[in-house]
Design a binder for this molecule. Structure first.
Ligand SMILES: [Zn+2]
Length: 275
């Protein structure tokens, strides 16, 4: 099989395509088409959940990443033994259905647009919150660190251990351990409510500015190295990203974060009201 052509980076939620393969998916049926609007869960960095919707009129129970090796073996989700985009593998969007559909038939693919829009809002809010957190924590670095696109030490990329997008929100977990201390970050005197209020003020200004958001899409395949861009008042910034997003920050309504510190892990919960 060839790598699946994906249209979700351009915001598509429907399409028609031919079923080019069927793979067993834990007692259910994994259907692969040539081109799909469905965003699958990524196996390397599973931040944005799978789209919901239908394939050939059947409910898509799950949508996962598949990878086919040069010898033809197909692996799904966490069983994939190589990293996203590894050369020599075909990268597949696998639509999981309860009922099989014949290979070679042409089917309609329909993504639930409301669920997609909610996840896009959650994902854009997640990136903005990360940038605002980097800015609010800039004074805690004792050594020069890698900088984000706005010129602040990149706390987010230095400390993140997991990111989970949900409808209109996200939860990001950061480890404040020894390795981060070695990189030069000091949690001494960290005032969580002060940091949260600085983050929230910045988010409010960014939403008010209705900054344009877009993706740079270097190729049609699932694992093309796409980049999220946002034209913030402080400057245009970018973050590597495989997910989906809103078109402008004003679509997010009120974006706020809550911070919690527990066992050397900082958790940031971000919500977007999408007014
Ligand atoms: Zn992203």
């Amino acid at each position: 099989m060839n790598s699946t052509v994906v249209t979700f980076p351009d915001g598509h939620v429907s399409g028609r395509s031919e079923i080019v393969g069927a793979v067993p998916a834990g007692g259910r049926h994994g259907l692969v088409v040539a081109e799909t609007p469905f965003h699958p869960l990524d196996h390397t960095w599973p931040d944005q959940p799978a789209d919901r919707g239908t394939i050939g009129g059947l409910p898509v129970a799950d949508c996962v990443t598949g990878a086919q090796s040069g010898t033809g073996e197909i692996f799904l989700g966490p069983d994939i033994p190589v990293r996203r985009g590894t050369e020599g593998w075909a990268w597949l969007v696998v639509h999981v259905a309860e009922t099989p559909l014949p290979v070679g038939s042409e089917v309609a693919l329909e993504v639930d647009p409301g669920h997609r829009a909610a996840l896009s809002a959650g994902h854009t809010a997640c990136h903005l919150a990360a940038l605002a957190l980097n800015a609010a924590l800039a004074g805690h670095w004792r050594k020069p660190a890698a900088l984000d696109g706005l010129g602040h030490p990149d706390f987010d990329q230095s400390a993140i251990t997991s990111s989970r997008i949900s409808p209109f929100g996200s939860e990001d977990v950061y480890r404040l351990g020894k390795s981060l201390r070695k990189k030069g970050f000091s949690a001494e005197g960290l005032d969580l409510s002060q940091v949260a209020s600085e983050v929230n003020d910045r988010l409010k200004a960014w939403v008010a500015a209705d900054a344009a958001v877009w993706l740079d899409v270097p190729g049609p395949g699932l694992t093309a190295r796409r980049t999220w861009h946002c034209a913030l008042p402080e400057g245009e910034t970018s973050i590597p990203c495989g997910g989906t997003h809103v078109r402008g920050t004003a679509e997010l309504g009120v974006v706020t974060v809550e911070l919690a510190l527990e066992d050397a892990a900082l958790t940031m919960r971000t919500t977007s009201s999408c007014l």
